[in-house]
Write a protein that binds this ligand. Sequence first.
Ligand code: NI
Length: 157
Amino acid sequence: MAIRNVVTEGDEILRKRCREVGEVTDRIKMTMQDMLETMREQYGVGIAAPQVGIMRRMFIAEPEPGRVYFMINPEMLEQSGSQIDDEGCLSVPGMIGTVERPEKIKIKAMDLDGVEQVYDFEGFDARVMCHEYDHLEGILYIDKAENIRSVEEDFEE
Ligand code: NI
C-alpha cells in the first residue's frame, strides 16, 4: 500500500463527473487500499477517488474506526429527512462548514469483491456517504455549506 497525494480545492480534477468502474480489477483494489491508507493517515472518515486524482466512481467511508465501506459505482436509491451538522474535507484542509444532508439514505454499490450490496444508512453514516458521493459528481461540501470557517477559529469560540 502507499500514501497518495490528496488533491486540494482549486484543482479542476475535483470538479469533474467521474466515470463508472468497469470491472473490479486488481488495480482498482490496489487503488482502494491506497485510498484507505491515505484517508487514515489524515484522520479522515471518507475519501473519494478524485481526491487522489482518479476520475472513477468509487469511494471509501469509515464512519467509525474499523467499520469500512468500499463503494464502487454507488447509486443513491432513496433519501429522506434532513439533518444539519458540521463537516470538513481532506481536500479543503483546515476548514469546516455547516451542511444540510438527508437523515436517511438507501444506497447501492459494488464492494471490493465486485458484489452488489444495498445499504441503509442514517445519521452520521448517511452524512459521510452523501459527502463522498458528491465528490463523484464534482461537488464539494463548500458548495452547499453555510458558515464556512477555519478549524482554529472554531476552537477559539
Ligand atoms: Ni471530501
